[in-house]
Design a binder for this molecule. Structure first.
Ligand SMILES: Nc1nc2c(ncn2[C@@H]2O[C@H](COP(=O)(O)OP(=O)(O)OP(=O)(O)O)[C@@H](O)[C@H]2O)c(=O)[nH]1
Ligand SMILES: [Mg+2]
Length: 373
């Protein structure tokens, strides 16, 4: 008996409907929420299945010194400050979270604060320098100071004609550690715009200072321009004669003088990098030394730098053992770089500097003298 074509078609349509219904059911099973909740062992991890571990749990080590970064700068230094903060964060502070204090004799603008704050989750404070901590004191004869600036400018002494540079050197010599925002800290790490930290800093230099009784740490040393500190050493000697007890018996005088103190050999620690104990600057000895120098007027009548002032003080008033050379910290303040020369250190620190270009034993460096103490 022949099957009518119409019946065949009806059967085919029924089969097609059954097939489609079955497929939809299966697909629904595949995309069911249950399948999402229990991925098979072999499934790649889903993006939102990774548990959130708080940043702080991962990175902040248990111990931290009472310390901060200290950055003196202007609003116009923003690009250099960003580059320096990025560098120290990458190589050290992202694992530690030490705070920052930015200081300026003019208020930091919102743009500066906004662009700097985004660089680190560490606390950042922005401070205004009190007027009298920045500008020349009343006993400075401005006419005499202006004449000195003009003469030094004519003689092409670096920053010789600049008043703001002098304010900065005096502030760094005697005032930054008295700023209200720095009062709560003991140790500071000075950072300037446009510096580079070239190696991973795996152990905490602040804790090193604290646990080893170090008061002053440096990476680069060099000779000062004689024309900027003509009467500085005579003034230092006057202070030392009047206050002989301030000179430490185990001092590092030989770093700054080759003849037992008659003359300054111009060696100093390059103070754009400093990790130091502010209790030393705040103490009676250094405060009276700074007041003595300040009264003599050389910050304005010459161009005394904070580097020779700090270095002479550290070399005379501290035991040599409390001054530390941070060999492992690759550091560049253009045009000079200290790069670890020890091969293992350089490798372990994943350093981006070339040890062959390290300033350490350059003819203009004072590190050889330091080594021979
Ligand atoms: N707020 C403020 N900061 C200053 C001023 N002059 C210099 N500074 C800061 O003081 C520090 C030293 O100044 P620099 O201009 O870097 O001096 P330098 O390192 O001797 O010279 P450079 O080779 O130009 O870097 C830096 O942190 C500057 O940002 C100023 O007039 N106001
Ligand atoms: Mg600088």
């Amino acid at each position: 008996m022949a099957i009518p074509i119409r019946n065949v078609l009806i059967v085919l349509v029924l089969l097609a409907v059954l097939f489609v219904t079955f497929s939809i059911h299966n697909n629904n099973t595949l995309i069911s929420p249950k399948s999402f909740a229990t991925p098979s062992v072999d499934s790649p991890p889903l993006p939102d299945s990774t548990p959130e571990i708080p940043h702080t749990t991962l990175h902040v080590p248990p111990e931290r010194a009472n310390a901060t970064f200290a950055i003196l700068c202007r609003n116009s230094d923003i690009d250099g400050v960003i580059q320096s903060v990025r560098s120290i964060e990458d190589r050290f502070n992202r694992n530690h979270g030490y705070p920052y204090v930015f200081l300026n004799e003019e208020a930091f603008d919102d743009e500066f604060k906004r662009r700097v704050s985004v660089l680190s989750s560490a606390q950042m404070e922005f401070g205004l320098i009190p007027h009298d901590h920045w500008y020349a004191p009343s006993w400075i004869d401005e006419q005499k100071a202006a004449a000195a600036r003009q003469k030094m400018e004519e003689d092409q002494v670096i920053y010789g004609g600049s008043l703001s540079y002098r304010n900065m050197c005096r502030f760094n010599s005697g005032f930054f550690f008295r700023h209200p925002l720095l009062q709560k800290y003991r140790y500071y790490w000075r950072v300037e715009p446009w510096v580079h930290f070239h190696c991973d800093i795996s152990s905490d230099p602040f804790l090193f200072m604290q646990n080893n009784n170090k008061s002053y740490g440096f990476t680069i040393s060099m000779y000062e321009f004689q024309s900027t500190i003509v009467t500085l050493w005579d003034t230092v000697k006057e202070f030392a004669r009047a206050n002989p007890k301030t000179i430490h018996p185990d001092n590092a005088l030989a770093f700054v003088s080759d003849d037992g103190g008659s003359n300054f050999n111009m060696c100093h620690f390059w103070s754009n990098f400093e990790i130091a104990d502010m209790d030393f600057w705040r103490g009676e000895t250094y405060m009276s030394f700074f007041e003595f120098l300040d009264r003599a007027g050389g910050f304005y009548y010459e161009r005394w730098g904070d580097a020779p002032v700090h270095s002479i003080a550290a070399s005379l008033f501290l035991p040599r053992s409390s001054i530390h050379f941070f060999e492992e910290i690759g550091y560049e303040h253009p045009p000079y770089t200290h790069c670890p020369v020890d091969k293992q250190r350089w490798l372990d620190g994943r350093c981006s500097c070339n040890p062959e270009n390290s300033f350490d034993y350059d003819g203009y460096s004072c590190l050889r003298r330091w080594d021979s103490l």
